[in-house]
Ligand binder design. Structure first.
Ligand code: TC6
Ligand code: NDP
Length: 271
C-alpha cells in the first residue's frame, strides 16, 4: 500500500468552457472537498459563489481560483443560521442566478451512540440535514429559473450504517430521502437533485499524523485499497451538473472504491 495517500491524481475529463455563463452556489467552499469543487467549476468557466464560516479559508480559495476561466466570489456565513443563509442565497440568486447548488458544508464528531448527547445529536442533524433543507428550499426559485441542479455531498454507506457515526448517517440518510422526494416534486421544474457519497477522502483534517491509524484502517477496509481524491468528487459534481447528467436525478452515487459493499458475507476468500 502506498505510504502517501495524497499523490496527485488527474481526474479531469470534462471539456474547457463547459460552464461559461453558468453560476454555482457552494457551501463549505473554504477547504477540502468544497474548495476542490470550486476550483474545478471555475476552471470549467463557471461563476462560483462560496460560503463557509471562516473568511480566511474562503480568501485562500479565492487566491487559488485566480487566473482561471471563471470567477469566485464569497461571503462568510453559518449555514445553521437560517435567516442569514436564506438571505445570502437570495442575494446570490438575484445577482447571478443559480444553475448549480452544492451542499457540501458538513461534518460531525466521531462517538459511539451511547456517548452522543441530545445536544450533540441535534447539532449534527442541524448542520447535515436541516441546514441542507433550508439552503435547498431557498435556492428553489433560482434553480427553477435556470432548470438547475443540486449536488448534496453525503457519505458512503448511508444505507448500511457506520459505527461512530449514528448521528451523521441518520442526517445523510435524511438528506437522501429529501433528495429523492424533491427530485419527484421538482422534476416538473426541470430541477435535478443527487447525492454523492465519497468514501475516505484525505482532506487536511484526516491527513494529520494523529489521524493516520484511523486513515490506514479506513483505506484497508476499502476493497480497492485507495482513498477518494477531492478531484474525483469535484469531477463527479461537474459531470452531474453538465448536459450529460440531464436525466440523472434522485440518485446516490458512491465514489468510494466499493467501501460501501465490504466486508460483507463473502463466499470466496479475497485473493
Ligand atoms: C469515512 C467518513 C469520514 C467522514 C469524514 C468527515 O466528515 S471529515 C469533516 C471534517 N470536519 C468535521 O467533521 C468537523 C466538524 N464538526 C463540527 O463542526 C462540530 O463538531 C459539530 C457541528 C458537529 C457540532 O458543533 P456545535 O458548535 O453545535 O458543537 P458544540 O461544541 O456546541 O457541541 C454540541 C454538543 O456536541 C457534543 N460533542 C461535541 N464533540 C463531541 C464528541 N467528540 N463526543 C461526544 N459529544 C461531542 C458536545 O458535548 C455538545 O453536547 P453537550 O455536551 O452540550 O450535551
Ligand atoms: N473527508 C472525508 O473523508 C469525507 C467527507 N465527507 C463530507 O464532505 C463534506 C466536506 O468535508 P471535507 O472537505 O472532508 O471536510 P472539511 O472540514 O474540510 O469541510 C467542511 C466545510 O464545511 C464548512 N462548514 C462546517 N460547518 C459549517 C457551518 N455551520 N456553516 C458553514 N460552513 C460550514 C467548513 O468551513 P468553516 O469551518 O469555515 O465553516 C468547511 O469548509 C462534509 O459534508 C463531510 O462530512 C463525506 C465523506 C468522506
Amino acid at each position: 500500500m502506498s505510504s502517501s495517500y495524497n499523490e496527485p491524481y488527474d481526474a479531469s475529463v470534462l471539456r474547457d468552457g463547459l460552464f461559461v455563463e453558468k453560476s454555482a452556489f457552494v457551501s463549505g467552499a473554504g477547504s477540502g472537498i468544497g474548495r476542490a469543487i470550486v476550483l474545478r467549476l471555475v476552471e470549467l468557466g463557471m461563476s462560483v459563489f462560496g460560503t463557509g464560516r471562516r473568511v480566511e479559508m474562503l480568501e485562500e480559495t479565492a487566491k487559488r481560483a485566480g487566473g482561471k476561466a471563471g470567477t469566485f466570489t464569497y461571503k462568510p456565513c453559518n449555514v445553521r443560521e437560517t435567516e442569514a443563509i436564506e438571505a445570502l442565497v437570495r442575494e446570490v440568486g438575484e445577482a447571478q442566478g443559480i444553475d448549480l447548488l452544492v451542499n457540501n458544508a458538513g461534518g460531525q464528531f466521531f462517538a459511539p451512540g451511547t456517548q452522543i448527547s441530545r445536544r450533540g445529536w441535534d447539532s449534527v442533524i442541524d448542520l447535515n440535514l436541516s441546514a441542507v433543507f433550508t439552503v435547498t428550499k431557498a435556492a428553489h426559485p433560482y434553480l427553477k429559473a435556470r432548470r438547475g441542479s443540486v449536488a448534496n455531498i453525503s457519505l458512503s454507506g448511508v444505507d448500511r450504517g457506520s459505527m461512530g457515526l449514528a448521528h451523521s448517517i441518520a442526517a445523510r440518510a435524511g438528506v437522501l430521502g429529501m433528495t429523492r422526494s424533491l427530485a419527484l416534486e421538482w422534476a416538473k421544474d426541470g430541477i435535478r437533485l443527487n447525492c454523492i457519497g465519497p468514501g475516505t477522502v484525505v482532506t487536511e483534517g484526516l491527513a494529520v499524523e494523529a489521524a493516520r491509524p484511523m486513515l490506514d484502517r479506513l483505506v484497508e477496509a476499502t476493497p480497492m485499497g485507495i482513498p477518494t481524491s477531492v478531484e474525483e468528487v469535484a469531477e463527479l459534481v461537474a459531470f452531474l451538473a453538465s448536459p450529460a447528467g440531464r436525466l440523472m436525478t434522485g440518485q446516490l452515487i458512491q465514489i468510494d472504491g466499493a467501501a460501501h459493499l465490504g466486508p460483507g458475507l463473502h463466499m470466496i476468500a479475497a485473493e
